[in-house]
Design a protein around this ligand. Structure first.
Ligand SMILES: [Zn+2]
Length: 370
């Protein structure tokens, strides 16, 4: 195992944050990058990363790594250090209010300018050209703030990977994941291994999350550089490891094993993988994911649990008005699994209370949570 330490732009004299990247394997072969808790308060990811570190050390000692695995055991040291009046705030950068997993680099145009006219008929050679250009474009990303520096360092670390798994957790949630629509088969396979209850697909979420920074350039370049053959050479997914409070040694071990089996199926780890479990869901469009919002301010009382199947008309929650005592129902419009709920029970008007993996809505615009 090689440990790389990346010092981030300092926020003030005497203040130092750094990223740690653990590299397992020789650096050759297919490359996977797994990072934990870019939203720094989604701590089950940090726990899974610790199990992965131990398992990867063992696999490396056994000579079982055919490729290379980069593990970023805590992807957001800035967010890990953010506390306000006793509450840990790891989703947004307190310096500017920006979400740590939105607004990541979109490198397709810069790469296109570098490779246009140099593409040939050999898909593998085209992948190598595009990958080299991605590394160059990522290396040239500017940063003026510690938050921007963090984002570009993470992209620079992962950009030339064959597989990128960004580990998160939701407020209260069943296991679910997000990936690109054209990679539905791989997303379904990863979902089956993890026991995911929802696999949400989009060609663009509209928010430039980290997974799309790594995978989406390939999709855009495949279209822009046609007819030159260019496979989608990076599979990336945001994996939501249930709810933020779901820290369990047993679940962490189970989840780490599922992620390693996915790497084994992709040839990063030696050996014959066990049979794929029966998937617990079919992938559904992210545009069909129904956000359930609070109609008024009040106390949230849930009637449906995470993982419950709901249908149009299912009462998911009440919001209780604390002046009149009136109950305001929050009802599903879609059929599907209630895959996430808010982790808190006080609602302001419009607060996101839950998400249903439906198929009937066709939302447009920005499809992810704020
Ligand atoms: Zn997150």
């Amino acid at each position: 195992m090689h440990t790389h330490t990346i010092n981030l732009l300092g926020a003030a004299p005497g203040v130092r944050h750094s990223l740690t990247v653990l590299q397992f394997g020789s650096g050759a072969g297919p490359k996977a990058t797994i990072q934990a808790a870019l939203h720094a308060d989604e701590v089950p990811a940090l726990l899974v990363a610790q199990v992965l570190r131990q398992r990867l050390l063992t696999l490396e000692a056994e000579g079982a790594l055919r490729g290379t695995v980069q593990l970023v055991p805590y992807a957001n040291p800035l967010g890990l250090a953010q506390h306000l009046l006793g509450t840990h705030l790891g989703r947004f950068d307190l310096r500017d209010g920006l979400n740590f997993n939105r607004g990541h680099a979109e490198l397709a145009a810069a790469v296109q300018a570098r490779v246009e006219g140099r593409m040939g008929d050999d898909p593998a050679a085209n992948v190598a050209r595009v990958r080299a250009a991605l590394r160059e474009a990522a290396a040239a990303l500017p940063a003026e703030t510690p938050g921007q520096d963090l984002k570009r360092r993470l992209v620079q670390t992962a950009i030339d990977s064959d597989i990128v798994l960004d580990l998160h957790a939701d407020g209260e949630a069943a296991m679910h994941l997000y990936a690109l629509t054209p990679q539905a088969d791989l997303a379904g396979e990863l979902g089956a291994l993890l026991g995911a209850r929802a696999v949400l697909l989009a060609t663009e979420s509209g928010d430039s999350p980290f997974d799309e920074a790594c995978s989406r350039p390939w999709l855009l370049l495949q279209q822009a550089l046609a007819p030159a053959p260019l496979p989608l050479a990076c599979f990336s997914a945001t994996v939501e490891l249930r709810g933020e409070a779901d820290t369990s040694h047993a679940l962490a071990a189970q989840d780490a094993e599922a992620l390693l089996q996915f790497l084994q199926r992709r040839g990063v780890i030696e050996g014959l993988p066990p049979a794929l479990p029966v998937p617990r869901c079919e992938p559904t469009p992210l545009a069909g994911s129904e956000p359930l919002s609070a109609p008024v301010a009040g106390v949230v009382v849930f009637h449906a649990a995470v993982g419950d199947m709901v249908t149009p008309g299912t009462l998911v929650a009440d919001v209780v008005d604390v002046e009149s005592g009136a109950l305001h129902p929050v009802v599903a419009r879609s059929a599907g699994v209630l895959y996430a709920r808010s982790g808190t029970r006080w609602a302001t008007p419009g607060k996101r209370l839950g998400k249903v993996a439906g198929v009937t809505l066709a939302r447009t615009g920005r499809l992810l949570s704020p």
